[in-house]
Design a protein around this ligand. Structure first.
Ligand SMILES: [Zn+2]
Length: 118
């Protein structure tokens, strides 16, 4: 069997417009303006991006943008708050494992934008 592609990731990357460090969402948004992306049980582009690139979001965790661009979904510009206290130790170790895998994938898709370009 050959290695499978990641359709959700492909779809996600087709919907963003990389502007400098920002990944601006070009597809549909919710009435409140939040980028919408339905994949892998998520409906919000930022939650999907965080879960995909940083690892699963702990129960009750909130994802908030850390930059000023309203449509930015860059995993580098998303912060997780809350949630971890409700997760069991087993869940936490599973989350950490997933997160390590996800970070590796992020590096292959998009090297850190903070690295200066010569
Ligand atoms: Zn941004």
């Amino acid at each position: 069997m050959t290695r499978q592609k990641t359709p959700s990731l492909d779809r996600f990357l087709l919907k963003i417009d990389r502007q400098g460090d920002h990944w601006l969402w070009t597809a549909s948004t919710a009435p409140n303006g939040a980028p919408q992306f339905t994949a892998d049980g998520h409906q919000h582009a930022r939650r999907w991006a965080y879960a995909h690139f940083h690892g699963p979001i702990p129960r009750g965790g909130r994802i908030t943008p850390t930059c000023d661009a309203p449509l930015c979904v860059s995993p580098y510009h998303l912060a997780l708050s809350g949630g971890t206290s409700h997760s069991t130790p087993d869940e936490l170790s599973a989350l950490k494992l997933e997160a390590a895998k996800a970070r590796q994938e992020l590096r292959s898709v998009a090297p850190s934008p903070t690295a200066p370009t010569p």
